[in-house]
Design a protein around this ligand. Structure first.
Ligand code: XMP
Length: 494
């Protein structure tokens, strides 16, 4: 068993998932209780996660130094690595050149942790500070072009620190590093599988919680809510009623449902509520509230006590569902929920990532067109219009979005969409001065929602999209391509 100390990093729970996938058990604890828990439960190893703070700042989360005397192997990742360096009397300082995103790891002196990894490989960084002086007994095993001590070790004590994130898929040999650490801890590697039996257990849990009560579910036609609904349907059958709320903020497409649904037209309600709202967090929370108001009304009609939502793990983490995590954005179905809600939530996918949700859906027999559907945020176009949401802007965005999706439909991407940038610029149309809107294209490649790369689309294709947008939408006279990765940018603009 591994104890993971959660310092609030956005990918802390991804570490837990990766370790579980390798067959080990994981207990996630907070820094302030880490020493006591480690002493009591005697795990085979400890992992210190990343986190948003700087170790040398007042009030930065920390652990009792006695944890280093328990004789347990420790892997520090990013903030966890810096904290180990700092507490063991090395030095940590703000890096002069900040590196976020991909970097090349250059191994100078091999270690057990880096076993089997080539001398040069790609890793993913997301923190500005670095261990500038090693604690006693440690050696530098690898660096990047801007960070010294990117991988350090004290093999005698089995303490290892890495500046980068092995848990994200962008770190080429990340899984190998975690596997090496588990082996250092004396654990046997046995990869976890999602199969029929695993799913039967989830269904049984739902049966036990709902009993003979009724539930309604918020179906959007997307993967997450469809899989959540299918699970609950298997558990309680006809006692589940599915509802689709047409907010007017979703894509113009035939929404394809796997079950019978009641459609509620709430376009006016959403547009009225959004009047004058500019702040992205305010928008998200407000949309969450309007959704819930409608559900509560519908629940009353059906006598439902439970509300099924397709919340998945990244939604929880980015809405700061973990104690030390910072709020990145309030996902409408998590941070957007009112404190006092009459319905009891069932979120069977709360601990899963997108790819796992797809796997569960596949085993449940959901159609491919639902399973492979592009993720689409619940607050929809509202978080893709910078500034106030109006029907006119929505209409422009819908058209631009349709052009982008049409042109990119044969390219395998995580998401591709239009953003209404909210910036007017000067142009020239038919020898006249034009002053029009800007549309940004966002096209991204990713494996899970925590990190992503912008897609390297061919110029000819970008050219075609741009030309179509300015020709077909008279209000738009400029198109830009978003070339930022996540981190530091998020996928959606708001
Ligand atoms: P970000 O913008 O946080 O997006 O990098 C990560 C993934 O999550 C989707 N997303 C949402 N999904 N409710 C959802 O169900 C939301 O409020 C929400 N906000 C973002 C986003 O489209 C991307 O795939």
């Amino acid at each position: 068993m591994i104890i993971l100390v959660d310092f609030g990093g956005q990918t802390a729970h991804l570490i837990a998932r990766r370790v579980k996938e390798l067959g080990a058990q994981v207990r996630v604890v907070y820094p302030e209780e880490a020493y006591e828990k480690a002493k009591e439960e005697k795990p085979d190893g400890l992992i210190f996660s990343g986190g948003p703070d700087a170790v040398f700042e007042k009030d930065a989360p920390t652990v009792d130094k006695k944890i280093f005397e328990l004789g347990i192997p420790i892997l520090g990742i990013c903030y966890g690595h810096q904290l180990m360096g700092y507490l063991l009397k090395g030095e940590v300082k703000a890096g002069t050149k900040k590196e976020f995103g991909p970097a090349t790891l250059l191994i100078g002196k091999p270690s057990t942790l880096l076993d089997g990894i080539p001398d040069r490989s790609i890793v993913w960084l997301s923190h500005g500070d670095e261990v500038s002086k090693l604690p006693e007994g440690f050696v530098e095993n690898a660096k990047t072009s801007t960070h010294n001590n990117a991988s350090i070790s004290n093999e005698n004590k089995k303490f290892y620190g890495i500046q980068f994130h092995p848990e994200v898929v962008h770190t080429e040999f990340g899984e190998q590093i975690l596997e090496n650490f588990l082996k250092i801890c004396g654990l046997k590697i046995k990869k976890r599988i999602i199969d029929k039996e695993f799913i039967e257990n989830i269904i049984q849990d739902i049966k036990d919680s709902v009993g003979r009560e009724r539930a309604i579910c918020a179906l959007s036609g997307g993967v997450d809510s469809s899989v959540a609904a299918a699970l609950v349907y298997k558990a309680i059958g006809k006692n589940l009623k599915a509802i689709y709320i047409d907010s007017g903020l979703m894509r113009k497409e035939k929404t394809n449902f796997a079950m019978e649904v009641k459609i509620v037209n709430a376009r006016k309600k959403f547009l009225n509520a959004l009047k004058g709202i500019i702040d992205p967090e305010e928008k998200r929370k407000l949309i969450g509230r309007v959704f819930i108001q409608i559900f509560e009304k519908e629940a009353k009609k059906t006598g439902a006590k439970f509300l099924v939502q397709g919340t998945i793990y990244p939604d929880v983490i980015e809405s700061a569902g973990s104690k030390h995590a910072k709020v990145i954005k309030s996902h409408h179905n998590v941070g957007g929920l009112p404190g006092k809600m009459k319905l009891v939530l069932i979120e069977p996918l709360r601990n899963f990532y997108k790819d796992e949700v797809r796997k569960i859906g596949k085993i449940l027999g959901l159609p491919e067109n639902i399973l492979n559907k592009e993720p689409f945020p619940g607050p929809g176009f509202a978080v893709r219009i910078i500034g106030e949401v109006t029907e006119e802007k929505l209409e422009i965005l819908r058209k631009a979005d349709k052009i982008i999706t049409d042109e990119l439909k044969n390219i395998n991407l995580w998401q591709a969409f239009a953003v209404f940038a909210g910036i007017k610029t000067t142009g020239v149309r038919g020898d006249n001065r034009a002053y029009g809107e800007t549309i940004a294209i966002r096209a991204i490649e990713a494996q899970d929602a925590m990190s992503a790369n912008f897609a390297k689309l061919p110029y000819a294709l970008l050219d075609k999209i741009s030309t179509r947008i300015v020709n077909e939408i008279p209000q738009v006279n400029r198109v830009v391509y978003d070339i930022t990765n996540k981190p530091p940018a998020t996928m959606e603009w708001e």
